[in-house]
Design a protein around this ligand. Structure first.
Ligand SMILES: Cc1cc2nc3c(=O)[nH]c(=O)nc-3n(C[C@H](O)[C@H](O)[C@H](O)COP(=O)(O)O)c2cc1C
Ligand code: SF4
Ligand code: SF4
Length: 269
């Protein structure tokens, strides 16, 4: 089977998942690559035509060893007809636990035929300058591994007799799934002395938790703690004041700094 079109389907508040998917697509080396970015509220409402003979690369970050609920809800709008798919999770150098298995099973439920999977590492959303966790990842080595995975996926799919050929993809994880992000109704606070009210943070919030009024207010109930607003703020005006979030960042920095490497499933490496 020849790959003519690649579709990148993702939820990626701080962009690391998107970067891995783009690198895999580069390794596949097909001209027709389109993004279905479900990160932002407007993108999440887009009309998505049913999939058929494209190759889909579906990616999401790991939140509490699981998929983010918003990613699941947005992916559930997609329908496929035995479309070959690669499932990818990106995690912050702690663990990915049940997230990749959950994504594989969700992909099957949506009508995809998962042929390969991968768990890559991205800088942890909670990392700060003082508590770095997987700083700068995915880095050049990760990108090279993702491109290499793309090339191998191409070989595997080319060797398939037909797009319908069911692949038995083994992914580690527990079912029923365990874990999930802790429920904490907190959001980053704004340092009003630094904030220039430029509005950039509101444009990257995946849940529309930030209102663009004169004091840039936010709704903590909607906040999923993705940290996109903190990472994008050009003035460094968004920070965590919440003690639990500070504790998490410190703990992760102290316990999860040893470099982990991407893991690939369904492809001989
Ligand atoms: C609420 C929340 C929970 C997270 N839980 C985990 C986790 O269980 N394990 C882990 O290694 N990283 C965890 N992370 C870190 C992200 O998986 C990681 O930073 C990822 O690269 C973010 O992807 P993105 O850049 O596509 O948004 C969590 C991040 C957030 C915001
Ligand atoms: S991005 Fe930073 S400076 Fe701009 S409005 Fe948001 S908090 Fe203020
Ligand atoms: S307000 Fe919360 S959900 Fe919105 S970008 Fe900031 S951390 Fe993410």
């Amino acid at each position: 089977m020849e790959i003519k079109q690649v579709r990148l389907i993702y939820f990626s508040p701080t962009g690391t998942t998107q970067k891995i998917l783009e690198s895999i697509a580069k390794g596949i080396a097909v001209e027709d690559v389109k993004h279905i970015d479900l990160t932002f509220p407007a993108g999440a409402r887009q009309t998505i035509p049913p999939f058929s003979d494209e190759l889909a690369i579906i990616g999401a970050p790991v939140y509490g060893g699981r998929l983010p609920v918003d990613a699941i809800n947005r992916f559930k709008r997609i329908k496929a007809r035995n479309t070959a798919a690669v499932v990818i999770v990106v995690y912050g150098n702690r663990e990915f636990e049940d997230a990749l298995l959950e994504l594989k099973n969700l992909a099957i439920e949506l009508g995809f035929n998962p042929v390969a999977g991968g768990a890559f590492i991205g800088e942890h959303s909670f990392a700060t300058k003082d508590t770095p966790i997987a700083h700068g990842r995915p880095d050049r080595l990760d990108v090279r591994k993702a491109m290499d995975l793309g090339a191998r996926i191409k070989d595997k799919i080319t060797a398939l007799q037909s797009p319908d050929a069911r692949v038995d993809l083994e992914i580690p994880g527990r079912f029923p799934y365990e874990g999930g992000p802790r429920s904490l109704a907190v959001s980053p606070v704004i340092d009003k002395d630094l904030c220039t009210v430029c509005g950039t943070c509101a444009t990257v919030c995946p849940t529309a938790a930030i209102s663009m009024n004169e004091c840039m207010s936010h709704n903590s109930e909607l906040c999923i703690r993705c940290c996109a607003c903190i990472k994008i703020c050009p003035a460094g005006a968004r920070v965590w004041e919440d003690s639990t979030m500070k504790y998490f960042a410190n703990w992760l920095h102290e316990n999860c700094s040893a470099r982990k490497e991407p893991q690939i499933f369904g492809i001989d490496v």
